[in-house]
Ligand binder design. Sequence first.
Ligand code: ATP
Ligand code: MG
Length: 368
Amino acid sequence: MSSASITVAVIKGDGIGPDVTDAATAAIDAAVAALGLGAVTYREIKAGAGVFKETGRDIEPGGDERAGQADAILLGAIGLPSVRQKDGTEITPHLRLREIYQLYAGVRPVRAYPNGPQRLADPRARDIDLIILRESTEGLFYSAAIHGRAEVIGDTEVRETLRITRATTEKLHTFAFNLARKRKARRGKALVTCVDKANVFESMAFFRRIFDEVAEGFPDIETGRNYVDAQALDLIRQPWAFDILVMENMFGDIISDLGGGLVGGMGMASCAEIGDDAGLFQPAHGSAPDIAGQDKANPLAAILSGGLLLDYLAEKLDRPELADAGLLIDDAVYRGFYERLIDPMEFGGTMGTRDVAATVCRLIGEPE
Ligand code: ATP
Ligand code: MG
């Protein structure tokens, strides 16, 4: 078994970022140790609104490059409402990393846990276990103001363009079907649904056409097609019927918050941003400055993102045993809820950040 060292760049960021990142690295360490896979080396990179306020730069010098040199990037949360650039926009070094490393595949698992905080009363809601796959480099965000590409015509009109390219869309759909094959191997079934608005937008019809082309290469995987408005309805009516949902950037942004809400709240929403050569892992929530530094944040989204990181490294470094370490994290969270050992404050419970993290780490160390 190879035990070459693994290097993870860590950007703790702002607000609750440091609290939840420490929880995630503790869980990664516990999982790697439980299987005797050697140690993970963390290289911290200072970035975020706090750093910007102190230094006038949103990341330490050389930070963008060093992030890309690591095997993976782990990120807490970035941004503080009170800190802005001169033009009024927020501090977003993580969005630049997404662009530099073309992290096109945004993977956002939505999973309900037994006795967990899901919001639907229907007993079938216990079976929610789906993945929202959000294209993350183009779509309607490509030309958005945040990238400086909005077309502002005086004070009379603003235009932002929806961009869909064949190259990125082919990669995205291929990623979706490969992920489906992996899930099928684990769970016995897989369904990929293309979520779009192909009835109204030429760009979306193009997105769906490429989906159909790519699907032909994966005859073993079931497919579905749904308009995004109908998908929003279906996610409330029968979320248990879906598996992988693949969609454009803006739709993914909205639908993934809906997904987070379905299974409790943002503290459950993990996220992986994956490109051809780099992967960034972070909770989908923001920096929540209202609860920062008070041991109140739910670290599970960050901890589960650590599980996604290990799963990614298994493939990238060709070390399948790291995927088992990732599963240990998932299983520990599952058992924590099942045995009612995890009760985060986010859902009215009694357990703070460190308590939740310590419980998950203990369960990782005592696999069933
Ligand atoms: P962003 O613009 O970065 O998405 P946001 O304005 O949407 O940020 P978040 O920081 O995601 O806001 O959080 C919104 C609220 O949700 C917070 O104020 C906080 O009360 C709650 N929240 C977010 N994440 C967590 C968490 N991990 N644990 C507990 N509560 C959280
Ligand atoms: Mg938000």
